[in-house]
Ligand binder design. Sequence first.
Ligand code: FAD
Length: 296
Amino acid sequence: MKIIDIINQEQMSLSFEVFPPKKETSFASVRTATEEIAALKPAFMSVTYGAGGGTSEYTLAVAKNIKEKYNVPMLAHLTCVSSDKETVKRRIVELKEAGITNIMALRGDLTPELEKGDRSKWDYVHAVELVRQLKQDLADFCIGAACYPEVHPESACQRDDIKYLKEKVDAGVDFLTTQMVFDNNLFFNFLYKLREAGITVPVLPGIMPITNANQVERAIKLSGAFMPQRFRAMVDKFGSDPSAMRQAGIAYATDQIIDLYANGITNVHVYSMNKPDVAKGIWDNLSAILGKNFLE
Ligand code: FAD
């Protein structure tokens, strides 16, 4: 099933993101965790693509396993910056053969080696080129892409970031998912700016449940996301007690999601980080809300 068709149903829903194993030996534990999340029957699940493409075949294997066993619609991430056109084409064909009809088209982060390289020799410099390839070669994929409410770190300003985002969307993106946000107002302000810029595709807010104090530093480093005062207070108070922090982190993410639903957002993407207990905690908190359309 195409994710854009799920989004267009306009029912409140949650989707979960998981990541593939980094090596063969951890495949079994990743499979168990991702299957437990799939058993919740979320609207869809996404599987990330290892930075630099190193674990690309595992993305396909995890997505295929969940799709076949749980019939959950799958979104496979695909990055292009460290790849060539032939390799990317092969990945696309593999996904198609596995019956995966949704691709998250990403550039991927620039490694220090790539930063030093000669960009004129790269097959891909930006994600828009992958989107164009997907549209040209295999027009029947539903295409997602990334966006940044707090501006992509390489962008000089938000105006440029949104200008390039529009170019990417116009190339054939069906929906966008945001980088993690901890303050919904930042998401709503961003959404307003996108609409003003003529970007009309659905935008799914990305919510990262922080259930462990050690995650905070990494999350900030990865995303540059602003941490609101009440979020900081929660980590300060409960960060040294793992079970209290877990409970507080699930409650904070749930609260963010309820606020998003209450203000008209129907699809929320949760960075569940292969943690079935966290996905289930949020899912259970929303059990009377999910799948309903309160406009009826
Ligand atoms: P782009 O859209 O190419 O944007 C990158 C930068 O280039 C931005 O600053 C943009 O404004 C600028 N730009 C875009 N087009 C142009 C242009 N034509 N001219 C000049 N500048 C331009 N990484 C992974 O490795 N694996 C994953 O699975 C993964 N999943 C992600 C999922 C989501 C929802 C998000 C938000 C990020 C994800 N990432 C993942 C991280 C992502 O790869 C990085 O943020 C990367 O640095 C940018 O990718 P992009 O697709 O947004 O790139």
